[in-house]
Design a protein. Structure first.
Length: 382
């Protein structure tokens, strides 16, 4: 049986990495001739992207079943009961429409998986995050029971990187978990020109991502302070929305190190690519990133990347070829890698060009579509 009508459950209607990756998945499914329908817990900016693709959507207010601790027992029980109610409603709704396949776009929701089981439909679980390693999340129902549920409700697993696939292959018994690299499309529309304090000649680092503890932007701030103490007045652009407490912590850290003229907080932007084009190097300081879209974007902008030696990042950065790796939390090693790029501009340029060629060859819409088609064809024939 060929899949014709697919329902995709998304974690939110924001335009963060998981949602942008979901759009690329929906594009590929439509290219393969499938009729797609999105399910979201609430309205948001992603609806405009769905409308542009002529993809219908349904709002069902399910909630996450995994989040950072501590979560009171009463809340965990209430959320579980709520999600079961929403699952019942979703099952009735989808049963009245034609559906061949359900895809859950993240590990942090389980409603789609439950609906698929109740309707006897194949279910693809897209693992876009580790869970505890990257976000510090804990399952409401506990690790053992929740992973058992994932195992029972997964017909086919997809993972955004080899590292994530390796984790979930140990969880999903009897079902394949394959890694599929996202194409990571970039929007090359021109953005505002950012003028570094001190003029254009200043060496500029950029870090892109939500300001939260797991992203560890503090490593970048401390590295810039270390470089300043070595006589290098590097600029740091911090791009992304914020978790209030961590954002305040970072601003206090900047003031503590007297870096207010070197560190610029640019906030949330719709398209970070033009900012990357104006910078000299991208920094990725996350403690354990599943798959960093920003790394691919920076490489497609022709920039070298310095990232943490953990998670899926080691699959993206080849030491000395398209950037450098450093040990998480070791801001002095990070500063040393930035200093090398600052002191060797020609080598930095070559790394940027190496990264651009590799990224343009590796992360393409065509390859993504073909790999997805192969996996789904095998699933439908099985």
């Amino acid at each position: 049986m060929k899949f014709r009508k697919v329902w995709v459950f998304l974690p939110s209607a924001n335009r963060d990495g998981a949602e942008l990756s979901a759009l690329e998945c929906l594009d590929a499914l439509q290219d393969l001739g499938m009729n797609c329908h999105a399910v979201l817990p609430r309205k948001g900016p992603l609806l405009a992207d769905l409308a542009a693709r002529h993809i219908g959507y349904q709002i069902l207010p399910y909630q996450v079943w995994i989040e950072p601790p501590p979560v009171p027992v009463a809340k965990r029980l209430l959320v579980t009961l709520w999600n079961l109610v929403i699952t019942s409603l979703a099952t009735v709704l989808i049963s009245r429409r034609k559906c061949d396949l359900i895809i859950t776009n993240t590990v942090n929701i389980c409603t789609g998986a439950l609906v698929a089981r109740l309707l006897g439909l194949p279910h693809v679980w897209y693992f876009r995050e580790f869970g505890s390693e990257d976000h510090g999340w804990r399952f409401h129902l506990g690790e053992s029971l929740s992973l058992g549920i994932i195992n029972r409700l997964t017909t086919q697993g997809l993972a955004v990187s080899k590292a994530v696939a390796e984790k979930y292959r140990a969880v999903v018994i009897g079902a394949k978990v394959q890694h599929v690299y996202q194409p990571v499309a970039v929007d090359q529309a021109p953005g505002p020109e950012i003028l570094p304090a001190g003029g254009k000649a200043r060496f500029t680092c950029i870090i892109v991502g939500r300001l939260q503890e797991g992203k560890r932007q503090e490593d970048a701030v401390r590295a810039v302070a270390e470089l300043r103490d070595q006589g290098i007045a590097a600029q740091l652009w911090v791009v992304g929305g914020r978790d209030q407490a961590y954002g305040d912590f970072l601003q206090n850290l900047v003031q503590e190190h007297n870096l207010t003229k070197q560190v610029m907080f640019l906030g949330q932007v719709n398209n970070a690519f033009p900012y990357m084009q104006q910078a000299d190097v991208l920094l990725l300081c996350s403690r354990c990133e599943a798959f960093a879209r920003v790394v691919v974007e920076a490489m497609k902008a022709g920039k070298p990347v310095v990232g943490t030696r953990s998670g899926g990042t080691v699959e993206q950065i080849q030491e000395g070829f398209n950037g450098f790796l450093y040990n998480p939390r070791d801001y002095k090693e990070l500063a040393a890698k930035i200093k090398y790029l600052h002191d060797h501009p020609e080598e930095a340029r070559k790394m940027g060009e190496n990264g651009r060629r590799w990224a343009m060859r590796t992360f393409t819409r065509e390859q993504y579509r073909e790999k997805l088609a192969e996996i789904l064809s095998s699933l439908s024939n099985g």
